[in-house]
Write a protein that binds this ligand. Structure first.
Ligand code: BEZ
Length: 216
């Protein structure tokens, strides 16, 4: 997709950024080339909902890794604050946060569109899904009062990976779709001959609505 100076959008390359993290200096997306990564921002360290989010994300970290997916957090806090907060989580919730957290001065947040003009020192709860070619595949924003659903993030990564491999799309609530179970959707026919074939194909309700099993 074309270059533009604004915040990254779906389909754009993730911008090149050098960031200070709890794991030292990192250059993203270069650091994660060949892997999926999820960059997520939180309003501030030592806040209750964010603490539950970090705990929940860490619990699922092995599942993300098994999907060739890395995680990286971000807030406008100093690295010392991130370290003290993750120490607290480790000591009190018996959970070591293993993924890096960006200590931002506000520059990265501004570049990625993670700050609201009304509250420039706090990042919103935003999430970027980036594929192994460094292309932004999804962006999500949540309000401060609602902790994120990390099972949905796992579902999204699984969905992207099936979609890329098989050239299909996921129906609502996949893999528990009310009509097609864990089947996936074929892209609509793009010519009359293909449309005619689809009319009598197994799994097609019509030429533009066909479902097939996930390839193993
Ligand atoms: C929290 O994580 O608990 C939180 C952060 C910012 C505003 C409100 C709640």
């Amino acid at each position: 997709m074309g270059e533009h100076a604004g915040i990254p959008l779906i389909g754009d390359k993730f911008p090149d950024l050098t960031v200070q993290t709890t794991h030292g200096k990192m250059t993203i997306p270069e650091e994660f080339k060949g892997k999926w990564f999820i960059l997520f921002s939180h309003p501030a360290d030592f806040t209750p909902v964010c603490t539950t989010e970090f705990y929940a994300f860490q619990q699922r970290y092995p599942e993300f890794k098994a999907l060739n997916t890395e995680l990286i957090g971000l807030s406008v806090d100093q690295v010392f604050s991130h370290i003290k907060w993750t120490e607290w989580i480790n000591e009190n919730l018996d959970t070591k946060i293993e993924f890096p957290i960006i200590a931002d001065t506000g520059e990265v947040a501004k570049r990625l569109g993670l700050v609201h003009p009304g509250s420039p020192t706090h990042t919103v709860r935003a999430v970027f899904f980036v594929d192994p070619e460094s292309t932004v595949r999804a962006i999500m924003y949540y309000p401060a009062e609602l902790g994120r659903n990390f099972d949905e993030f796992l579902r999204m990564i699984k969905g992207f990976q099936v979609s890329d491999k098989q050239g299909v799309a996921m129906p609502a609530n996949w893999p528990n779709n009310e009509l097609f179970g864990d089947d996936v959707i074929l892209p609509p026919a793009s010519n009359e001959e293909e449309a005619e074939k689809r009319r009598c194909m197994e799994g097609c309700l019509d030429w533009w609505l066909c479902h097939v099993p996930v390839e193993k």
